[in-house]
Structure formats: structure tokens, C-alpha cells
Design a protein around this ligand. Structure first.
Ligand SMILES: [Fe+2]
Length: 386
């Protein structure tokens, strides 16, 4: 079998990488960037800094600061209006997954005239303006994926858009931007990365290229995530988490996510649970259910994360894996859906819809044990009872 691997043309990783935008633009022959970010990043002064660097080097640039969480087609339209005010030849994202997904969508839609829903999966977006991504969280991995998730304002559907046109040409991965990240955001985004790596490793589309990257990411995350939460300025932990987030993104973008992400998106869409948190609510239960589909692969994960000893057989390693994942979620204060504030009756009433949306996403088909609708519904019930 041949593995198909897609990556950005330029990856700059390490302290200070985010200050290298002018030289990366030069390297790519790009001259007029539109900068895309949200109000929080603006309030930190980071956009002003970036613009000053660009002005000093003579770049013509403009800004769009209307990024919203769970980006919408309305926000994309507002960004496109700003884009078309100038002769921009590229889009630069500065921010978390929402900013990067928004920048990708603006770049992809720059020269398309149908509504965005016309281009969602199973269609493919193969071209667009070049995107340079500068992530400020260690989580989504969007800086290295060919995916953008945009909510259709008219239908409220969370649309999955995919294609090489959504792959950034460059990613500047600078852990120093995460040094101030608060405890909860660090935990949620880190748990998202952990799910990316774990799901990529057990995915039916896993391959030798993504395996080593996924295992390295899992090792780093379980080693450093608690420290990164408790000591926001710990450079060693932040650097490891940032690299792991990018590795997790590379792994899942080239091997796919599986049942956790498939079941997580409906929880996020219906109950506005932060993405990493809805993944984490599902992580132990879905893992326990899925292990029988690939016990050797899950045991590899347990050993890579130091949750099991190398001398443990697969069965023993997998028992420890589930126990340790439950403990990790407790350590990181992951609430149950009820503790998060979701109403029990609404949860019950939503089970059919969530199950259908999970199945429609296609992600469960990549799971090592493929569930039917009744099994997905049963898993949602179990997660509620936790
Ligand atoms: Fe994710």
C-alpha cells in the first residue's frame, strides 16, 4: 500500500519562528499579505508587532480581525470583503484553530463564486491563495492540515472542507506564543492533540510515516501536559507541547481521525463544548470500546506514553491505558457532559441526531472497531453516565 503524505512547503519550528514572516514571504515570492486574527490576539499587541515587521520590510498589508470561535460563513464573507479591498496575494493566519481555518477559507474562496457549502466534502478544494499559518495554541494542528471546518450560517451545519488548496504553504511554529496560555485552554488543546495522535495511530489509514510521528507526539504530550498546565512559563513543557501539536496535526491529516473525533463534532456543534474538551469526554470510554479492534496498536500507545511497561503484554498494557486515560482526564478536570452543564433530557433527545451526524462524518469507518448506530448511541449513553 502507498501512503499519500501532504505537508506545508516550509515548516519553521522553534523559539522566534513567528518573527520570521518577512523572510518566509520573500522566500515564497509573496508581497501583499492579508493578516487574519481575532480580537484577543489584537488586544495582546501581537498583530501590531507583526504589522510593524512587515512595514519595516516594505510589504503592503491589511488586517481582518473578525475571526469568531467555530468560524462561520458570515465571518468568511466579511474577511473576503476586506481581502478584495486590496491586491492581496496571500493570507496569513495568526491565532488558534479558528483563525487558521478562517484564513484558509478566505484564501480558498478568494476566486470562487458559489456558496461555500458547494465545496464541502465530498468535493475537494484543490487551489486557493497561499496561506501562511502562525499558530498561537498547541492543539488543532491546523497549520499542517488540508482541512478547514466552517459553520454554514444558514443551516448551522459544521461543514468539513478538504483539499490541497487548504494546506498552508508555510507554518511558523513558535512555542513562545503559548507561554501565556491559560490552564484550561492548555489542557483542552493538549487533549485535542493527544486524540489526534492516538486516533492517527490506531486508524485504519495509519501508515509507517504517520506512526512514528504519532508515537512521538503521544510520548511528549503525556510527559509534559500537566506541567504545561501548572507552569505556564515552563519553556521545556511548552516547546514539547507545541511540537507535539504540529506532529499530531501531521499524523491525523495523513492518516485520518477516527471514532473520538466523529462523535465529538456533534457534541461541539449542539452544546458548544470546546473541541478538545468534547474529545476528552469521549477519550477513555471510546478507547475502551475500540481496543479489541487493534489491541497491539493500543498497547503500543500505552507503552509510548509510559502508561504501561515494555514488559507488559498487550492485554495488561491496554488495561493500564484505559485506567491512565481516565486518570489524565481527572487530573485535567475534564467534566462529564452533565458537569459541563448539558441538560440530561436534551442530551437524551439529541442522541439520534448526534449518532447520525457521527456516522455521516465518515470518521467512525476509520476506527479499528467500526461501530453501528446503536453502538454509537450506547457509547454516548456511557459517556453521560461517567
Ligand atoms: Fe481535533
Amino acid at each position: 500500500m502507498t501512503a499519500n503524505i501532504n505537508l506545508p512547503r516550509i515548516l519553521r519550528v522553534g523559539a522566534g519562528a513567528s518573527r520570521q514572516l518577512p523572510e518566509v514571504l520573500d522566500e515564497l515570492g509573496l508581497k501583499q499579505p492579508l493578516l487574519v486574527t481575532d480580537g484577543f490576539i489584537v488586544s495582546l499587541g501581537w498583530l501590531d508587532d507583526l504589522e510593524a515587521q512587515l512595514s519595516e520590510k516594505g510589504f503592503v498589508h491589511n488586517r481582518f480581525t473578525g475571526v469568531v470561535p467555530d468560524p462561520t460563513t458570515d465571518a468568511i464573507a466579511a474577511g473576503l470583503a476586506v481581502l478584495h479591498l486590496g491586491e492581496h496575494d496571500c493570507v496569513v493566519a495568526l491565532g488558534g484553530g479558528s483563525s487558521i481555518d478562517t484564513a484558509k477559507a478566505i484564501a480558498a474562496m478568494a476566486h470562487r463564486d458559489q456558496p461555500m457549502r458547494h465545496y464541502k466534502v465530498p468535493n475537494s478544494i484543490d487551489d486557493g491563495l497561499p496561506v501562511i499559518a502562525i499558530p498561537t495554541t498547541a492543539g488543532t494542528g491546523s497549520e499542517v492540515t488540508r482541512v478547514s471546518v466552517i459553520t454554514d450560517t444558514e443551516t448551522q451545519e459544521k461543514m468539513l472542507c478538504m483539499g490541497l488548496g487548504l494546506m498552508p504553504v508555510a507554518a511558523l511554529v513558535d512555542f513562545e506564543l503559548t507561554l501565556s496560555m491559560p490552564w484550561r485552554l492548555t489542557a483542552d488543546t493538549g487533549l485535542d492533540s493527544l486524540c489526534h495522535a492516538l486516533e492517527a495511530y490506531v486508524s485504519k489509514k495509519a501508515n509507517a510515516f504517520t506512526d512514528t510521528i504519532a508515537l512521538a507526539a503521544m510520548t511528549a504530550i503525556n510527559t509534559h501536559i500537566r506541567t504545561a498546565c501548572q507552569e505556564p512559563d515552563n519553556r521545556e513543557a511548552r516547546e514539547a507541547m507545541m511540537l507535539a501539536a504540529t506532529q499530531g496535526g501531521i499524523a491525523f491529516s495523513n492518516a485520518s481521525v477516527t471514532l473520538i473525533h466523529g462523535m465529538s463534532r456533534p457534541i461541539g456543534a449542539l452544546f458548544h463544548v470546546p473541541h478538545g474538551l468534547s474529545n476528552a469526554m469521549l477519550l477513555p470510554e471510546v478507547t475502551a470500546w475500540s481496543i479489541s479492534g487493534a489491541p497491539d496498536r493500543y498497547a503500543d500507545c500505552a507503552r509510548a506514553m509510559g502508561m504501561a511497561d515494555t514488559s507488559d503484554n498487550d492485554d495488561a498494557a491496554n488495561k493500564k491505558l484505559v485506567t491512565c486515560l481516565r486518570q489524565l482526564c481527572r487530573d485535567l478536570n475534564v467534566p462529564s457532559p452533565g458537569e459541563f452543564g448539558i441538560d440530561a433530557q436534551v442530551w437524551q433527545q439529541s442522541l439520534e441526531l448526534m449518532t447520525q451526524q457521527a456516522l455521516d462524518s465518515g470518521s467512525p469507518n476509520n476506527n479499528p472497531r467500526i461501530p453501528n448506530g446503536a453502538e454509537i448511541k450506547d457509547l454516548y449513553q456511557k459517556v453521560w453516565a461517567n
